[in-house]
Design a protein. Structure first.
Length: 154
């Protein structure tokens, strides 16, 4: 008998024995430096994303900084944080489809340089629509769409 596939909301709630703080491995130290790295729980990423008020923005790097500070780690894992941000976004859209109103405003979490995230549900066009509805303007680069003056909305 095949097991039932987990919903995005279930994936968001599954902590995978996380968070955990580890020493930065030598193979990672070249890029990230020495010290400690926190691998966050999915719900921790969601909680920070949920806390961004209308009219404000954050970036995935700012989310990582908050998580590193919370866990007294040197850095926060960029890979798991990015994956968990996408899970948060999909869980929010899943909850919205179920009629829930208070969903995580994932569209307010941008990539590191203010770019829209093509991995969010509906891609950059859906994220752009949400942000445009909140009054943001955009710069269209060759490959990316960037929120104009995104830093002033932190």
């Amino acid at each position: 008998m095949a097991s039932k596939k987990k919903s995005w909301q279930e994936k968001l709630s599954d902590n995978h024995n996380l968070p955990k703080v580890e020493v930065v491995r030598p193979n990672m130290a070249k890029r990230w430096g020495s010290g400690t790295i926190v691998i966050p729980a999915p719900i921790e990423v969601d909680e920070i994303m949920k806390d961004v008020p209308k009219g404000k923005l954050t970036t995935i790097n700012r989310v990582r900084e908050k998580l590193a500070h919370k866990h007294k780690a040197t850095i926060c894992c960029p890979i798991t944080t990015g994956i968990f941000a996408c899970i948060s976004a999909r869980a929010a859209e899943e909850a919205k489809a179920e009629g829930k109103k208070n969903i995580t405003p994932y569209w307010r979490t941008l990539k590191s340089k203010g770019e829209l995230n093509e991995k969010y549900p509906g891609g950059v066009n859906a994220q752009k629509k949400y942000l445009k509805d909140e009054g943001h303007r955009f710069i269209h680069k060759t490959k990316n769409i960037i929120v104009n003056d995104f830093e002033k909305y932190f």
